[in-house]
Design a protein around this ligand. Structure first.
Ligand code: PNW
Length: 466
């Protein structure tokens, strides 16, 4: 096999999430979510709720074989419980039919951060009851869609939802308590485990979870991964790795919290929310781990540094910026980290099947009459696909790659300024236009791999000449 081609049957697609694209927040019985409450921006976004046939056609046009979308819990349970809202289920029924009709394999995510506000009002994720309600929700949607959706992801990026939402307070629901963040994380994990059980009992073919895995390293290791860190820096790296990665990987894949995390939770509200038997539920076998990778976390020891509220117990750790290329959001671009992290998962959890469920970048696109020129996005994805190819060579078992994302959309607190789409959306008219990256990605999909020689990065003159 040439270095640029991918294994036969490798899956190519895109990911999206309900709150970021659907709009239509007030119709067909949908209740408010914590993001409707928290968002300062308008939430109509891409109106995918009404335009899904066009969006599925776009995916078809790009020859994509797989699509990960999320379901809006408050469409199905507007009040958090009781009987499911049939009109909400109908929407996903239509969407799944449209996908299957187009030959696109659906991957459903049950929770991409839009908790029903009604459940937040009853305590939200810091309350154990939310985990039980999550399992009921999983069973209800499976009952309606399980004949066509084979693969179910429970949670998307529980670290972000728990710690940015309850620790740092920069995501919904905007709480700022380390104790609540750890309790929320545990109840999300418990909800995952209970949902896995419910889905298996209902006969689901495959079940998994999606984690944001950020390789953690010192500034020197960004350009020289083999570089040895000082003892202090290595300890700083390990602490952050435990909070972001191992806090979720270890319970799900080994049924236990990392030993070194327990005293940290103990110091922030205690372990009272962890009941006997919880870790057995959380650690039930899964079929597939979804990996979202954007950027590494770069840290070093700095004794005077106070803890960052997104990382309780991180006092003495400095988060660093490094002189690498960055995306418009300022996230460092380090494609090699993708190979590194796939290698690590393969080594530490042998036999685990992986899927890249998000990878992509926001850039300022050049929008002209003749097209949308996003060379930076093409280079970003191209370089990450080369890193993924290297990881496959080294033995990682990766089923597919889903780019983030199909459409420019509502990027959470950053609103509409951030552009992650392969497809440009004019929010005034809802007109969709394929960007250069979409056309380039279609070639990758058709070829099942990259061109032997990377496309020459266009210079300013060649962009202007087009
Ligand atoms: C992911 N961080 O979010 C989400 O799954 C998407 O919904 C989102 O649009 C995409 O990445 C781009 O941001 C993240 O601060 C948000 O570490 C924040 C972080 C990581 C991922």
């Amino acid at each position: 096999m040439s270095t640029a081609s991918f294994p036969e049957g490798f899956e190519w697609g895109v990911s999206t999430s309900a709150f970021q694209i659907e709009g239509a927040t007030n119709i067909d019985g949908r209740g408010p979510s914590i993001w409707d409450t928290f968002s300062v921006d308008r939430v109509e976004t891409c109106d995918h709720y009404h335009r899904y046939p066009e969006d599925v056609r776009l995916m078809r046009e790009l020859d994509l074989g797989s699509y990960r979308f999320s379901m809006s819990w408050p469409r199905i349970f507007p009040d958090g419980g009781g009987e499911p809202n049939a009109a909400g289920l109908d929407f996903y029924d239509r969407l799944v039919d449209e996908l299957v009709g187009a030959g696109i394999k659906p991957y459903a995510t049950l929770y991409h951060w839009d908790l029903p506000q009604a459940l937040e009002d009853r305590g939200g994720w810091p309350s154990r009851d939310t985990a039980l309600r999550f399992a009921d929700y999983a069973a209800a949607v499976h009952q309606r869609l399980g004949d066509r959706v084979r693969t179910w992801f429970t949670l998307n990026e529980p670290w972000v939802a728990a710690f940015l939402g309850h620790g740092a307070g920069i995501h919904a629901p905007g709480r700022t308590s380390a104790a609540e963040a750890f309790a929320a994380a545990h109840h999300m994990l418990l909800g995952h485990g209970l949902a896995v059980r419910a889905l298996r009992e209902a006969g689901a073919a495959e079940v998994g979870v999606v984690l944001n895995i950020s390789p953690v390293m010192t500034p020197a290791q960004v350009s020289d991964p083999g570089r040895r860190a000082s003892e202090e820096d290595a300890a700083a790296v390990a602490r952050i790795d435990t909070l972001v990665n191992r806090q979720f990987l270890e319970p799900v894949l080994r049924g236990a919290y990392p030993e070194e995390l327990l005293p940290v939770i103990e110091r922030h509200g205690g372990l009272g929310h962890v009941h006997d038997g919880d870790l057995e539920i959380i650690g039930q076998p899964i079929d597939l781990l979804g990996v979202n990778y954007y950027a590494p976390l770069v840290v070093q020891a700095q004794p005077s540094e106070p803890a960052d509220p997104a990382y309780p117990g991180s006092d003495g750790v400095l988060f660093c910026t490094v002189p690498t290329a960055v995306t418009a959001m300022g996230w460092p671009i380090v494609p090699g980290c993708l190979s590194q992290l796939l290698g690590r998962l393969t080594r530490e959890y042998p036999g685990l099947e992986l899927m890249i469920t998000e990878n992509g970048a926001d850039f300022v696109d050049v929008v002209t009459g003749d097209g949308i020129h996003d060379v930076d996005r093409i280079s970003f994805i191209e370089e990450h696909l080369r890193a993924l190819r290297a990881a496959l060579d080294a033995g990682a078992n990766v089923r597919g790659y889903l780019a983030w994302t199909l459409l420019d959309n509502l990027e959470w607190v950053d609103g509409y300024q951030r552009k992650f789409g392969l497809v440009h959306v004019d929010f005034a008219t809802q007109r969709r236009r394929l960007k250069d990256s979409a056309l380039w990605y279609r070639d990758v999909v058709r070829r099942n791999g990259l061109a032997e020689t990377p496309p020459k990065r266009p210079t300013l003159e060649t962009v202007a000449a087009r």
